[in-house]
Structure formats: C-alpha cells, structure tokens
Ligand binder design. Structure first.
Ligand code: ATP
Ligand code: MG
Length: 259
C-alpha cells in the first residue's frame, strides 16, 4: 500500500509570543482525511500552534514551515491561509460586535468562492443552508441574525464555531477544545459533524483534554506537546494512558518522538 502525500507537514516550527518562544521545534504530519488529536498540559502551547497556523498577528513563526498541500502557509496573510483550505476554531471565540452572524459567515464563504473562481452564493441560498446547518447543530435560528457571539452562551459560542466549520467545509480544520463548555448533545453534534466532514475529505487536528470525546472521534494519531516539541506520538492508547496517569511522563530520550 502506498502512503499518500501528507496534507499538512509541520517542520521544525518555532513560535514566539512577544519575547517568549512558546514552541521550539514542532514537527508532525496530517494525512488527507485523517484525524490527529493534540494533547498537552495547560500552557504547553496547543492554542499557540493553532493561532500560529491561522496567522494571528501576535503569534510569530520565527523558524520552520507549515506546508498545506505543499504550499507554505507561514508567509501568507490569514485570509489566504483560509483560502488555501485551513480553518481554525477559537478556544474562546471572541465577540464581533456590529457584525451579523449570517453576514459574517456568508462573506467568509463567498471570499473563498471568489478566490477559487467560483460563483458567490446568493443570500437566499446561503440562508437556507445556514438554517439547516444551525438546526443540525442545535443552534437557535435567531442566533444567525445576531452580532457574532455577542451575548451568546459558552456552549452557543462553541456551536457557532461548528456552524462556521459546517458551512465553510475546509480541507483541514483545527478545533481547539471545541468540547469544553458543550453539553452532552453538543459533544454528539461535534462527533457527527466531524464524521460527516471526514467522509467528504476534511482532515482534522482536534485539541482536547477529554478522553470521552477523543474515544468517539477514533483518531488516527494522538500527539503530546511538551516543552515546545511533539514529545510523544501514538494512537488512542496514548490518550488513554494520559487520561490514566496525567502528563508526567518518562524522559523524552526513552521514547520514539517521531510524529
Ligand atoms: N497572547 C499571549 N500573550 C502572552 N502569553 C501568551 C499568549 N498566548 C499564549 N501565551 C503563553 O504561551 C503559553 C502557551 O499558551 P497556550 O494558550 O498555547 O497553551 P495551551 O496548551 O493551549 O493551554 P490550555 O490547555 O490551557 O488551553 C502559556 O504560557 C501562555 O501564557
Ligand atoms: Mg489552549
């Protein structure tokens, strides 16, 4: 059997936030359509990795590469990374006052259509698919007409990230603790949406601390981030072992560190 080319290749990525280097040398691959779970203690740099891949201006990639389908994302502005097929959800989704949720998502979607030379969606067609997606995610339709995240409950914010994911249908999605704050039905909705998008070809990096959802997602790979590097790589058994024993691990040199 031949191994396909990786969809994402992260190579020796170093990321600084202000003066401080948070990620020292992160390397791993994501295969097309696969699901990678990223674990690590609080403050180990998981969200930093997501923000650096997305192109957040406070997170500076100072060395390394992040190739999406062979194209290095790091020199690109954030919107071009999105056009290349990257989606990153926020651990704590911010408010965007004054910008209606449905207009926000439609504008993002149509910007991607335009970048790919496709026809824009008209408002009527978009609203119909947004309403359907909101229903499937258990989001009240009224949230489509409100400013992005303003006054949304914690779980509504997370479901609203999922709504964007469902409508944008990226090639690669990084979901940062999407399960925190979600009720049991919300976690089921995450698993169902991830399964649906995976079968349509989307690959995932899922950051989570909770074994229950990780088990349901059936990851191909589990990575553990520690001291600015991928310290361990394995399958579901690695997530189970972390859930059992915590993040205190044997020294790095005794482990296979290849991601
Ligand atoms: N904007 C920022 N300003 C200052 N420090 C930051 C910023 N973003 C991240 N850091 C620091 O970088 C380190 C890594 O933070 P990060 O949010 O990436 O951790 P995490 O692995 O996502 O943790 P958690 O599991 O708690 O979400 C932390 O020590 C954090 O304080
Ligand atoms: Mg985080």
């Amino acid at each position: 059997m031949t191994t396909p080319n990786p969809l994402l290749q992260v190579r020796d990525l170093r990321v600084a936030v202000g003066e401080r280097t948070v990620l020292h040398s992160v390397s791993f691959d994501v295969q097309p359509g696969s699901l990678v779970v990223l674990m690590g203690a609080n403050g180990s740099g998981k969200s930093t990795l997501g923000m650096a891949l997305a192109g957040h201006p406070r997170y500076h990639a100072t060395a390394g590469q992040a190739l999406l389908a062979g194209q290095d994302l790091l020199p690109l502005p954030a919107h071009e990374r999105a056009h290349a097929g990257l989606f990153v959800s926020f651990q704590a989704p911010p408010d965007v006052p004054g910008v209606k949720n449905n207009l926000f998502i439609r504008t993002a979607l149509n910007a991607q259509h335009e970048a790919r030379g496709q026809q824009p969606l008209d408002a009527f067609d978009f609203l119909a698919s947004a309403k359907q997606a909101a229903k499937e995610l258990g989001l009240p339709e009224t949230l489509l007409g409100r400013p992005v995240n303003e006054g949304f409950s914690g779980g509504e914010r997370k479901r609203n990230e999922l709504l964007q994911l469902a409508l944008l249908q990226p090639r690669l999605a990084l979901l940062d603790e999407i399960d925190s704050g979600l009720d049991v039905d919300g976690v089921r909705a995450v698993v169902a949406l991830v399964q649906r998008l995976r079968s349509a070809g989307t690959a995932f990096i899922v950051v989570s601390h909770y074994l229950q959802m990780i088990e349901q997602l059936q990851p191909d790979t589990v990575l553990r981030l520690d001291q600015g590097c991928i310290a361990e790589s394995g399958g579901l058994e690695l997530a189970r072992s972390i859930a059992r024993t915590g993040f205190a691990r044997p020294p790095l040199q005794t482990l296979g560190v290849e991601a």
